[in-house]
Design a protein around this ligand. Sequence first.
Ligand code: R1P
Ligand code: URA
Length: 238
Amino acid sequence: MTPHNRADKADIASVVLAPGDPLRAKLVAEHFLRDASLVTDVRNVLGYTGFFQGRKVSVMATGMGGPSIGIYSYELFTTYDVKTIIRIGTCGGLQKQIGVGDLVYAMTASTDSAWAHQYNLKGTLSPCCDSSLLVKAVDQAQMMGYPCHAGMVFSSDLFSSYNALGEDSWKAWARMGALAQDMETYALYATAAWTQRRALSILTMTDSCVTGEGFGPDMRSKGLYPMIEVALHVALEV
Ligand SMILES: O=P(O)(O)O[C@H]1O[C@H](CO)[C@@H](O)[C@H]1O
Ligand SMILES: O=c1cc[nH]c(=O)[nH]1
């Protein structure tokens, strides 16, 4: 147990899928896992453990933003000895070739946060995903016929245009090649690096900053199924 997780250590699998939204964790447990049970609900941040094709898998929400996923991932990697976290998140699209619903794999993350200051590095940290997870996820998407893009994502402390620079705040990051914007990948990858564990962020592009297109309310759960399917099949192989 931790201040943020009431599960017993044995109740958390060695691989955890990690959406921001607690209700997405519930959806994965109810629609994709067998024999899933709720193992933690501290602060209504829901975590479940069940089985996917015979493999024990946990799915636990992380909340929104680096500090929030930082807490949950740190506790999972250390107290719970989790080996692999696969984030299943949504993102804003920063490039025109990325369609609404496409998968974005974060090879590395850039950030506007001060997250890496804690490590006292004499430079700039560019944390990256685990390459073996990335290769498996690319293979899975190709086999399943889901469009996917791999590259750098921008993990911000701020949601999209909710900031003083407003609507065009993402453009400098897009020019530097960021595929998409989320809020958690940087802190997750840095925490995985610090604890010497493995992580991959698989994101679904739900809101294009380029075109203004996005998922309607009905697609905000069903439209995430390809990402969930890919993540679960990657989990089978780790
Ligand atoms: O859909 P999730 O996983 O929460 O991810 C994205 O959605 C939230 C913002 O709406 C942020 O957490 C962002 O990173
Ligand atoms: O961070 C996010 C997540 C979803 N959509 C966005 O525009 N930004």
